[in-house]
Write a protein that binds this ligand. Structure first.
Ligand code: C2E
Ligand code: MG
Ligand code: MG
Length: 563
């Protein structure tokens, strides 16, 4: 057993050495007369135990314990403190600092010393084990097992600390929040193992964009966060974010698959955006949400106005919850007109929301209802209401009217629309060919096996499919040919301003002839003036809608005016 004896008193050293030698322990003793000398020896050699004098002239024993224990908590050397005085508080102080036992010099006998040495080494071994276990548990609690990055818990704590430090100087701190765009799709298409690998590889790539002093954590799933401290300005945060966006441009190879993944990054700044970590998180989240909305693969800084929009969105989402139950929705109907003889051929059902005495237009809530999936139930209500109204209107008509119903992309995610249409058509005894289901091109972009089947089923059930707002977005002929579409609705924004607006006139003309080549029916939207109506006649556009003929009106108004 290797023992280091640190004591400034020659007599005490000799007495202790003698006692040690007399014990049955097989000891090898080195002596030091000061703490510094002791530390020097300690650095060179791994001792099993240090016998340490409490009071020494230059630096005392406690200082030596603190030095040793602070340097390495897992050191395997046990320490027994020795003092001339019997003082409970000193003994406690020594144990707290990291000694394993405390002896009064005058009490030291061969037996006591031997026992102190053996107990201390055992006690110390246990303490080291406990410390190691604690470290492991701490590590587990603070790191994400997949990427080995700090986890949300650790990140939260560290962000709070970083904010406290940032308050003391006038630097900027940035919180970057980001996730991998369409990660769910990647997981669904390639499986979770590939998803996990992709996360790991992306983490490695992103790490290269950082200097190493930033805090980079995985918050969960595909969501990550980075704290950048001590920035001079927000530009520096933007630079890091740009590096991340551009490193993602290189595709990742996993087994035989090449995956292109992108991220959307939201940034909030301390102190200008928020004062607390909760605020920063909330604002960076709002900014990330905005980045996604603007088309993903981009960076967005938080702005005040975003928060207002976000709150409004939450408000609408909440209000929408019991809108159906409280019968707050109403359908307005816009006549669809034959431009030649101005007769009504049918109607388009357009939803309105009556809340607190005001009428809200679909632009104020449809998008939110889509994001929250609430559109599914609203959509079912629309189908039922529109078809039952049409049944009532057609009852005593020789030539039946048509009804156009708008549906959203979300409703193509399962077959409830198909079932609802079939149910309502039979319940109200309406012939399917009178129903025109309107879809926008964006809805067609979310192409999937299910959505294709839903569209096919709608058409096989006898309803028509029309492509709404044509000419605004992609205006792709492929969409017209690859889906069972039979009608295109030319968007209102393409109606010419006046007769000199040659560009728009030519565009409408082109679209009409293309539709005719493809054998599709055409409806012009946004017919607001006599000149528009004339254009429809000239171009042989079969049907038209617009304020020139009529605005969308309530059921009662339509019944009093047209039926
Ligand atoms: P949309 O299907 O393209 O409907 C035409 C929109 O243009 C309607 O707006 C209509 O009021 C408006 N409009 C009609 N004639 C004119 C005109 O001459 N000039 C101008 N400037 N505008 C005209 P609204 O009712 O506000 O609906 C907006 C959009 O909301 C609709 O566009 C449709 O995409 C969506 N929407 C309406 N009802 C529903 C619904 O029940 N379900 C779903 N998913 N979407 C709906
Ligand atoms: Mg429409
Ligand atoms: Mg339209």
């Amino acid at each position: 057993m290797d023992i280091l004896l640190v004591d400034d008193d020659q007599v005490d050293r000799t007495a202790i050495t003698r006692t040690l030698k007399k014990s049955n322990l097989n000891v090898n003793i080195e002596e030091a007369v000061t703490v510094d000398q002791g530390l020097e020896l300690y650095a060179k050699h791994a001792f099993d135990i240090i016998l340490l004098d409490y009071s020494m002239p230059a630096r005392d024993g406690i200082e030596m314990i603190l030095d040793i224990r602070n340097e390495s908590k897992g050191s395997s050397t046990a320490i027994v403190m020795m003092s001339t005085f019997e003082d409970e508080s000193i003994a406690l102080e020594c144990i707290k600092a990291g000694a394993q036992d405390f002896l009064i010099k005058s009490d030291i006998s061969e037996k006591k010393l031997r026992r102190a040495i053996l107990h201390s080494t055992t006690r110390h071994e246990l303490e080291v084990k406990l410390f190691e276990t604690y470290q492991q548990v701490k590590q587990l609690a603070e790191t994400d097992s997949l990427t080995k990055l700090p986890n949300r818990y650790f990140f939260d704590e560290s962000l709070k600390l970083a904010i406290t430090n940032n308050r003391r100087n006038d630097h900027t701190l940035a919180l970057l929040l980001f996730d991998i765009d369409n990660f769910k799709l990647i997981n669904d298409n390639f499986g979770h193992d590939v998803g996990d690998l992709l996360l790991k590889k992306n983490v490695a790539k992103i790490k290269k964009c950082l200097r190493g002093n930033e805090l980079f954590a995985r918050l969960g799933g595909d969501e990550f966060a980075i704290t950048l401290s001590n920035l001079q300005n927000s530009e520096q945060a933007l630079l890091v974010a740009q590096r991340i966006i551009s490193t993602m441009q290189t595709p990742i190879e996993i087994a035989t698959t090449t995956i292109n993944s992108t991220v959307s990054i939201g940034i909030a700044l301390h102190p200008c955006n928020g004062k607390t970590s909760e605020e920063l998180f909330k604002y960076a989240d709002i900014a990330m949400y905005r980045a996604k909305k603007l088309g993903k693969n981009r960076i967005c800084f938080f702005e005040e106005e975003m928060q207002q929009k976000f709150h409004r969105r939450l408000q609408v989402e909440l209000e929408l919850r019991d809108a159906i139950e409280q019968q707050q929705f109403e359908l307005y109907y816009q006549p669809v007109i034959d431009p030649i003889n101005q007769s009504v051929t049918g109607f388009e059902a357009l939803i309105r929301w009556n809340v607190a005495g005001a009428v809200r237009s679909p632009d104020d809530f449809i998008e939110i209802a889509e994001e929250t999936q609430q559109i599914s139930d609203i959509g079912l209500w629309v189908i039922d209401e529109a078809i039952s109204t049409l049944a009532k209107w057609n009852k005593s008509r020789r030539k039946p009217l048509t009804m156009a119903i708008n549906i959203s992309a979300v409703q193509l995610g399962d077959f409830t629309v198909v079932e609802a249409l079939a149910d309502c058509l039979s319940k109200y005894d309406v012939s399917a060919h009178l129903i025109e289901i309107e879809l926008t091109e964006t809805a067609l972009l979310k192409d999937s096996i299910t959505s294709r089947q839903v569209l096919t089923d709608i058409v096989e059930g006898g309803c028509h499919l029309s492509l709404d707002d044509f000419g605004t977005g992609y205006s792709s002929i492929a969409h017209l040919r690859n889906h069972p579409i039979s009608i295109v609705k030319i968007d209102k924004s393409l109606m010419p301003y006046d007769k000199h607006d040659i560009k728009r006139i030519a565009l409408v003309e082109g679209l009409v002839s293309m539709a005719s080549i493809l054998g599709l029916g055409v409806i012009a939207e946004g017919v607001e003036t006599e000149q528009h109506a004339e254009l429809c006649k000239q171009l042989n556009i079969g049907r038209a809608q617009g304020y020139y003929y009529s605005r969308p009106q309530s059921q009662r108004y339509i019944e009093e005016t047209y039926l």
